[in-house]
Design a protein around this ligand. Structure first.
Ligand code: PGA
Length: 250
């Protein structure tokens, strides 16, 4: 069965609720009726409820950029799975490289968050990717395998169906440098093979692997046209409705 692509907007720490609403209103009319791909928006926590309300009944989903693994507790500044679900969101990013880099998220934390998301029926987008020194040192395959193995500890094939993986080479995020389609495909094949090793061929064949890192309207067709690339996680170019709609409709 062909995999349905997911094209996702990671707004990072941009957009107030009013700005998120203005984006969503403009964007929904641009992508109305688009059902070739799934579409998801990942606003900041304070805009999540606004975005959920604005996309209700449309072909667009909403999720958090980060979620805590605990059910609840004394974790100042964090958001739980139940809070995400209570506002009507359905997805969460897990282990984005900025979380790993600036907030010390390890593969172990990513793994705990993945378990929590699956337990609550939240669709997790698990982000992995190598930094420049690792690529230049020939370590890309090793890094990706380690991140996948770390994220998937204790995850069974039966539970894995909702999982989405985003391959985001860190050197390509926000830098304007994009992996070539060949580089992305090569990395995706390594990731898929690792998933097959851990969870079997069926899970590996079905799991969606998105590419992220300076995706824009100009390079979307070349990247998303690859059979191995099952969608995109878009940062900078997702902040404007026309630009993100152009990527969705590549
Ligand atoms: P970018 O960000 O598209 O601005 O490179 C992608 C991401 O961080 O998910």
């Amino acid at each position: 069965m062909p995999r349905k692509s997911l094209i996702a907007a990671n707004w990072k720490m941009y957009k107030t609720p009013a700005e998120a609403k203005a984006f969503t209103d403009a964007f929904l009319s641009l992508v109305a009726g688009h059902d070739r791909d799934e579409i998801a928006l990942f606003p900041s926590v304070t805009s999540l409820a606004t975005v959920v309300a604005a996309v209700a009944g449309s072909n667009v989903s909403a999720g958090l950029q980060n979620m805590h693994f605990a059910e609840e507790g004394a974790y100042t500044g964090e958001t739980s799975a139940s809070m995400l679900l209570a506002v009507g969101a359905t997805h969460t990013l897990i282990g984005h490289s900025e979380r790993r880099q600036y907030f010390n998220e390890t593969d172990e934390v990513v793994n705990k968050k993945l378990h929590t998301a699956l337990k609550h029926g939240i669709i997790p987008v698990v982000c992995i990717g190598e930094v420049l020194a690792e690529r230049e040192g020939g370590l890309t395959a090793e890094v990706l395998k380690t991140q996948i193995a770390g994220a998937f500890v204790g995850i069974t094939a039966e539970a894995a169906a909702p999982i989405v993986i985003a391959y985001e080479p860190v050197w390509a995020i926000g830098t304007g440098k994009t992996a070539t389609p060949e580089m992305a495909v090569e990395a995706h094949k390594i990731v898929r093979a690792e998933v097959a090793k851990l969870l079997g061929a069926d899970v590996a064949a079905a799991v969606r692997i998105l590419y992220g890192g300076s995706v824009k309207p100009e390079n979307a067709t070349a990247l998303l046209g690859e059979e191995e690339i099952d969608g995109a996680l878009v940062g900078g170019a997702s902040l404007k409705a026309d630009s993100f709609a152009a990527i969705v409709k590549y």
